[in-house]
Structure formats: C-alpha cells, structure tokens
Design a protein around this ligand. Structure first.
Ligand SMILES: NC(=O)c1ccc[n+]([C@@H]2O[C@H](COP(=O)([O-])OP(=O)(O)OC[C@H]3O[C@@H](n4cnc5c(N)ncnc54)[C@H](O)[C@@H]3O)[C@@H](O)[C@H]2O)c1
Ligand SMILES: O=P(O)(O)OC[C@@H](O)[C@@H](O)[C@H](O)[C@H](O)CO
Length: 380
C-alpha cells in the first residue's frame, strides 16, 4: 500500500488532505505535536469527515496512524520510506519541521534512488519552495546534490474552508463540500502522484494568486471588518450590507488585478467570485471571524492577501480603496487570544500608526496607499 506522511493533523490535515490521500489509496501517517491528537488517532485509527450541508453526509477515513513531530528520528524513518509527503501546519511552522524532513531525505537518498515529492499545502505563495530552503539548510553538500535529483518540492494551492471544530469527538471534522487542490506539475520529480482531486498545472503562480487574492482576501475583509463590527462568524458578516459591499469592492480590485496580470477571463473571474461569496454564506459552517483573522502580522505582510494585491493594484492604476479599508481594520484587530494582534496593538499604542504601518506592511509612508490606510485609522 502507498504510504503518505502528512504533517499537521489539524483542520485541513484531517478534513481535506488526509481524506483525499485516503481516498486515493494511501495509508496516511499523520505527524503532529499535539500529543492528545496523536494518541487519539492511534487509539481509533479512523475518523469521520462531515459535509456542512443539509443532511450532513459523512465519510470515514480509516487505517490512519500518527506519530509525534517531536520524535525527529521516527519522523525521519517514516519519510525515508514514504511515497509522498504533505504538510498543513501553517506557514510559520514550516521551519520547525525542516530538520526531520532533512534527516529523512538523508536516510532515503543513502538507501534508494526512489523519487519523493513533498507538497506544502499552506496558504502562502511558493510554500513548498520555502520549505525546501529550510530543509536544505539542514543538508550537507552531498545530500543536497542527491536531493536535487530525487526530491521534488512542487508548489500547491489548496482551497477548502474548514472551521475550528466544535464536536465532542476530537477527531470528527466538518468541512464545506467545495475543494480545490492545484499542484505545479513542472516541479514534480518522477511520476505525478495519482490523486483524485489534484489538478496538475504547468505553472502555479496564477492559480495560487487567484486563490489567495480572492478566497483569502475576501475572507480577510469579512473577518477584519466583521470583528470590528461585533460579528462572530463569517456568514454573519456576509449578512451586513456595508461589510458585503466592501468585500465585493475588494474582490473587484483584486479581480481587475488578476485579469490584467494573469490574463484570466473577466467573466470567468466574476463567476469564481460569486461562487466564493456563496461559500462564505454557508450558515452550517459557523466559521469564526477570529479564526479567519488569525495571525494579522502574517496576513499584513507584503506578499500576503491584503498588502500584496493592494500594492500591485496601485502599480497598475487600480485604486485599492476597499483593500485599504481592510488593511486598516486588520491593524486594529485586537483579539486578546491572538498574540500577533496583541503585539500590533501594543506597538501602536507606544509608537503610533505612522510608525507601525511601514513596520508591519512594508508600505512606505510616501506611498499613496499609506495615506489611504492612515486616513481610515485616524478617522476612528
Ligand atoms: N482551515 C482552512 O480552512 C484552511 C484551508 C486551506 C489552507 N489552510 C492552511 O492549512 C494550514 C493549517 O491550517 P489549519 O486550519 O488546518 O490549522 P490547524 O491549527 O487546525 O492545524 C495545524 C496542525 O499543525 C500541528 N502542528 C503545529 N506545529 C507542528 C509541528 N511542528 N509538527 C507537526 N504538526 C504541527 C498543530 O498541532 C495542528 O494540529 C495553514 O497554512 C492554513 O493556512 C487552511
Ligand atoms: O488559514 P489562514 O489563516 O491563512 O486564512 C484563514 C482562512 O482564510 C483560510 O483558512 C480559508 O478558510 C482557506 O484558505 C479556504 O481555502
């Protein structure tokens, strides 16, 4: 049986990647640092994935096992023997799993010439390549040369909304019915893994930007404006006319950018946007605005879903009016449970928004976008 090692048995790990790997005939071995989750997966060896639809149909993912991410040697052994490695741990965690992956590669390349692909399924541009850089930091020159031939790090875009779970059953996971997993075929080493649900493309850049700058941008606008206006969930934010108008506005801005930059057909883009807004409205998902708004420092960084498209829009003559409003709302996000939000608030209190804006977003104060954002922050 084919073996897949998947880092991160969290929401997207169990609710999307683990499920698709299982359906494709892989035996899934989860790697996680949450010992309770690892123990429960090993005790039951299966879990259920439920669709957030009327009738809530569910399917079983069985034959799974789990190991602790803290046990570097055990993880390395598993990687040495795996047919595929995937991750869904969060962009900031990728550096922390690199050592175990490097040890696994080192063991593997000594024992066989079998190719291996390692796919980071994170919400970031170039996630697998980014992981590769961290992994290579742990490899010696000889291992790097072997890895260059034998190990692929194809970039990917993954899309399925999986909220924070509220079941008594710790493994059960409720997901939306929609999913999309796009992988860059040109970066795959050897045969492309035959997984129903993966779409292979020749160049991932347009697809990942389309996903990040539409699904995640729209989501972020709803979450940050929703939070400021006292909404708890994304579907609740969608029902607020002015928040919905700003979300539509931001998506028109990024849509115009994506059409200009990647040549997407404008009508196809408009349909893509409408489908996403429909997904956000799903009342059965109960997706908390605080989950979608989580880690504002990451989300405000120059290449991410808000500042990335806003700066590119400005360069192309598209006025990022609604994106500017959302960036200001993200800077004001003050969830006490979010350490990044707290860091921004503490910094802003001490240094003021003019200092904070370039620090967290990389937007120079001389840029017209800075004035737009500061205008929103100061109009409070
Ligand atoms: N939830 C979604 O809707 C969704 C959709 C698409 C993409 N994503 C992306 O998937 C990634 C994971 O998101 P999530 O919502 O599943 O988060 P999550 O917090 O539910 O899951 C992350 C898991 O990673 C584990 N983890 C943390 N450090 C680890 C380590 N060093 N080694 C192994 N495991 C470790 C955590 O214990 C947790 O179980 C993120 O990059 C996110 O952007 C999420
Ligand atoms: O996972 P994050 O923190 O990058 O973004 C929060 C949500 O926008 C995200 O998880 C979406 O639900 C997901 O990207 C949908 O495919």
């Amino acid at each position: 049986m084919l073996q897949a090692v998947h880092f991160g048995a969290g929401n997207i790990g169990r609710g999307f990647i683990g499920q698709l790997l299982h359906q494709a005939g892989y035996e899934v071995l989860f790697v996680d640092v949450n010992q309770e989750l690892v123990d429960e997966l090993n005790r039951r060896r299966s879990y259920e994935v439920e669709l957030a639809t009327e009738g809530a149909s569910s399917s079983v993912v069985d034959g799974v096992r789990a190991i602790s991410g803290r046990d570097v040697q055990v993880v390395a052994q598993a990687i040495a023997q795996a047919d595929l490695v995937t991750t869904a741990v969060g962009p900031h965690v990728l550096p922390h799993i690199a050592e175990a992956i490097a040890s696994g590669i080192s063991l593997r390349t000594k024992a066989s010439a079998e190719p291996l692909n390692i796919i980071a399924c994170e919400n970031m541009i170039g996630g697998s390549e980014h992981l590769k850089e961290h992994v290579y930091d742990f490899l010696g020159e000889a291992d790097r040369k072997l890895a260059d031939k034998q190990i692929g790090f194809p970039n990917a875009a993954v899309d399925r909304i999986v909220p924070i779970q509220q079941h008594d059953d710790k493994l059960r996971v409720t997901v939306e019915p929609f999913y999309e997993w796009v992988v860059d075929r040109s970066q795959v080493v050897g045969e492309a893994p035959a997984i129903n649900g993966i779409t292979y493309v020749a160049g991932i850049w347009p697809y990942i930007e389309r996903k990040l700058f539409t699904v995640n941008t729209g989501h972020a606008v709803l979450a940050y404006l929703g939070y400021l206006r006292g909404k708890s969930t994304i579907d609740e934010a969608m029902r607020d006319e002015s928040i919905l108008a700003a979300t539509r506005g931001a998506l028109s801005e990024t849509g115009a950018l994506l059409v200009q930059k990647h040549g997407f057909d404008a009508q196809t883009m408009a349909k893509y946007r409408e489908k996403i807004l429909e997904r956000f409205s799903n009342p059965l998902l109960s997706d908390q605005v605080t989950r979608v708004a989580r880690n504002p420092i990451r989300k405000l960084s120059p290449d991410d879903r808000l500042v990335g498209p806003a700066m590119q829009c400005a360069e192309k003559g598209i006025v990022p009016e609604n994106l500017a409003l959302a960036i200001a709302a993200a800077l004001r996000f003050d969830d006490p449970a979010d350490s990044e939000a707290q860091r921004i608030q503490a910094d802003a209190e001490q240094a003021g928004w003019e200092q904070i804006l370039p620090k967290y977003t990389g937007i120079p104060l001389t840029h017209p976008l800075a004035a737009m954002i500061l205008g929103h922050l100061e109009s409070r």
